[in-house]
Design a protein around this ligand. Structure first.
Ligand code: SAM
Length: 216
């Protein structure tokens, strides 16, 4: 019975989740999400967050990445956080609730930086999976388009982007799209990313806003 299968599947997920070392670690350390350890791992290796970096965290809720990033910035600095879901308040952050595929949300996000620029764009956003392949593909593309559009209007030349994507049949198209806009691209699978998940992170450095290739 599909209902029973679903119940078994969600019980398996719950068992795995509760037995997961990163879930326990996050609970003990007061982090809101286990995903924080992916950002910590990448930050330690690639020195992403500096005290005066202007940072935007896309898909920030419930706030694990923002908790860590805000602990690394100076007292006078602020992180912009964006999510379509609410996020409980956090010191040194400014939260915008909205859908990032909406240009109005992107405009608000850009205007939240005092000089209109960010040094670092972080995105842990993932589209809702419907199971219908063309729809899932279209949703993933829409998010990628929104992130690149935002970089074009708000990431400073030379700035960095860390964004999640999923390895699969169209991953090479995704990487190619971002390659034209950055001097260096790395694909990273952080230790805390579940080995069975196809998720990886793309780290782009040396942003080139005036690339003539456009968004393909
Ligand atoms: C994996 S969670 C992020 C976890 C977060 N990094 C943390 O450490 O707490 C992904 C988030 O992306 C958000 N999201 C997905 N698509 C979005 C969109 N189009 N606009 C805004 N937020 C979106 C979801 O609401 C969800 O909260």
């Amino acid at each position: 019975m599909p209902g029973r299968r679903r119940n078994r599947k969600s019980r398996n997920w719950a068992d795995r989740h509760l037995g997961d070392q990163y879930v326990r670690k996050a609970q003990q350390s007061g982090y809101r999400a286990r995903s924080v350890y992916k950002l910590i791992d990448i930050d330690r290796k690639y020195n992403l967050i500096r005290p005066d970096s202007r940072i935007i965290d896309l898909g920030s809720s419930p706030g694990g990445w923002s908790q860590y990033a805000s602990s690394r910035i100076s007292a006078r600095n602020r992180i912009t956080c964006v999510d379509r879901l609410p996020m409980p308040p956090l010191e040194k952050t400014l939260f915008i609730q909205g859908d990032f595929t909406d240009p109005e949300t992107r405009r608000q996000a850009r205007d939240s930086s005092p000089n209109g620029w960010f040094d670092l764009v972080l995105s842990d956003m993932a589209p809702n999976i419907t199971g219908i392949r063309p729809a899932d593909q279209a949703n993933a593309e829409e998010l990628q388009y929104a992130i690149l559009e935002f970089c074009r209007i708000a990431l400073r030349p030379g700035g960095r982007l860390l964004t999640k994507y999923f390895e699969g049949e169209n991953a090479h198209v995704f990487r190619k799209r971002f390659q034209g806009h950055f001097d260096q691209i790395r694909v990273i699978k952080p230790d805390a990313s579940r080995p069975e998940s196809r998720e990886v992170y793309l780290l782009g450095g040396g942003f080139k806003p005036m690339d003539s290739g456009g968004i393909h």
